[in-house]
Design a protein. Structure first.
Lengths: 273, 169
């Protein structure tokens, strides 16, 4: 029978449960945090003004989702949301490596030659995955997490629909747009796999009923969904070229992101903003 | 003062606390107040956020707390946002809908089901001859539209309802 853990205090009684729960919350929070950081770097640079409004709205909401997971960690005594977002070294981060990838060449302040094809492909692949993972925790044994997942699932359809529309349009527009999207899809196939994984405590997450499906089913569902939209589905299997972010392995792109994200926080850690 | 009187007074105050992004539309009429608990001079208010990622939540929390603590007999008011209950656009009161219209914001459709087509009447002239300019608007909960009849741009609250997901036991 399914167990129900209603409060943080109850979760703390079982150390196996607690560790698996923390790991899952860090995956959820860190994924949303880093993809919304990369989204925030597009502010003012999107292809047209309506897209700027849409992308920044999605990004702001996604950052809010990350904050909710960090707040759940706070309730478990791990630390304040601001500290968790700003003050952890890359080795402690659990986001998928593909999500930390730079937006393109250049930097936000100087010559930002960002690639819109990467933004569209990355956000689409991520939002499909996010839906599947949220559905798998909507009945999590940890009730505070299940409530958050159900709430996010009510908002998420708008995010997914947005990126799906971009994918469909760019895959049926000009030769250039088709080529550029396809190149980014091919690239993603070599880098996306760890996003779909649950890390070293995957078995505990399953046995403690924190999540309803395992990695293999997650991958299957994700493939099934993205294949219905991708015009050219790569033949090769999924890979994690840059290592496994769920184990704390990351690229220098994450350092670059965290340096900018935490610049103000690091300038005075005790300040109240 | 009886408990019922106290509760009434609290509710009256909540009807005066406006959403920071929507002056004249109260948090009460937006359906954000889930539960009020009165224990002598200590008040606990459970609220539900419209959008989870809404950056105005902290601000709303403080506004509500301050307004309630203005009441002479109240010693302390605790405000807490809870995820236990999910806000949906159906929680907006009729008064809330009228106030939204005055702001040029069309209220969300009634009895909306996920995936349904969504038609929006102009909040100014009630015409159905409108078009969606951007699903995303100035805040997470609003979209941008245009009325081809009275030629006004306007906004609409996005319908937010429970998706039908298979609930595996």
């Amino acid at each position: 029978m399914s167990q129900h853990i209603e409060t943080a205090e109850q979760a703390k009684q079982d150390s196996t449960y607690l560790e698996a729960l923390k790991e899952l919350l860090f995956q959820l929070g860190d994924d949303d945090l880093i993809i919304s950081f990369r989204g925030s770097e597009w502010l003012g640079l999107a292809p047209h003004i309506e897209e700027d409004v849409a992308y920044s709205s999605i990004t702001q909401n996604t950052m809010g989702h990350a904050a909710m997971y960090y707040n759940l960690l706070d309730e478990l005594g791990v630390g304040k949301a601001d500290v968790l977002a700003h003050d952890r070294i890359p080795k402690q981060r659990r986001n998928g490596t593909y999500l930390e990838k730079r937006n393109g060449e250049g930097t936000y302040l100087e010559e930002p030659y960002y690639d819109w094809a990467l933004a569209v492909v990355r956000n689409y692949l991520y939002e499909v995955f996010k839906k599947i993972k949220l559905e798998a925790i909507a009945n999590s044994s940890y009730q505070p997490l299940a409530f958050v997942a159900r709430k996010v699932l009510m908002e998420h359809p708008y995010h997914l629909a947005h990126w799906k529309l971009w994918m469909e349009q760019l895959q049926s527009a000009t030769d250039e747009s088709k080529k550029r999207i396809n190149e980014r899809v091919q690239e993603a196939w070599k880098e996306f796999e760890d996003v779909l994984e649950l890390g070293p405590l995957a078995n505990d997450m399953r046995s403690k009923q924190l999540i309803a499906i395992g990695e293999e089913e997650m991958k299957e569902r994700w493939l099934e969904e993205v294949k219905s939209v991708l015009v050219d589905v790569p033949d090769s299997p999924l890979e994690k070229k840059y290592g496994n972010g769920r184990n704390g392995e990351h690229t220098t792109d994450l350092n670059q992101a965290l340096d900018i994200l935490s610049e103000v926080y690091a300038s005075d850690k005790a300040a109240i903003w | 003062m009886s408990e019922i009187d106290r509760l009434e007074e609290i509710t009256a105050v909540l009807k005066t606390v406006d959403d920071p992004e929507l002056p004249s539309v109260s948090v009460y009429d937006l359906g954000m107040v889930h539960k009020v608990n009165v224990e002598e001079d200590t008040i606990t208010i459970q609220m539900v956020p419209t959008f989870a990622g809404c950056p105005a939540l902290d601000f709303i929390e403080i506004k509500v707390k301050r307004a309630i603590e203005e009441l002479e007999w109240v010693k302390e008011c605790h405000v807490k946002f809870t995820m236990e209950h999910q806000w949906s656009t159906e929680a907006i009161t009729n008064k809330g809908k009228e106030e939204l219209k005055k702001h040029g914001i069309a209220p969300p459709p009634e009895n909306y089901r996920p995936g349904d087509e969504w038609s929006v009447n102009c909040p100014y002239c009630d015409s159905t001859y409108t078009s969606m300019e951007n699903v995303f608007g100035p805040t997470a909960c609003r979209s941008i539209l245009y009325c081809h009849s009275c030629r006004n741009p306007f906004e609409a609250m996005k319908p937010v309802v429970k998706p039908q997901i298979s609930m595996k036991k």
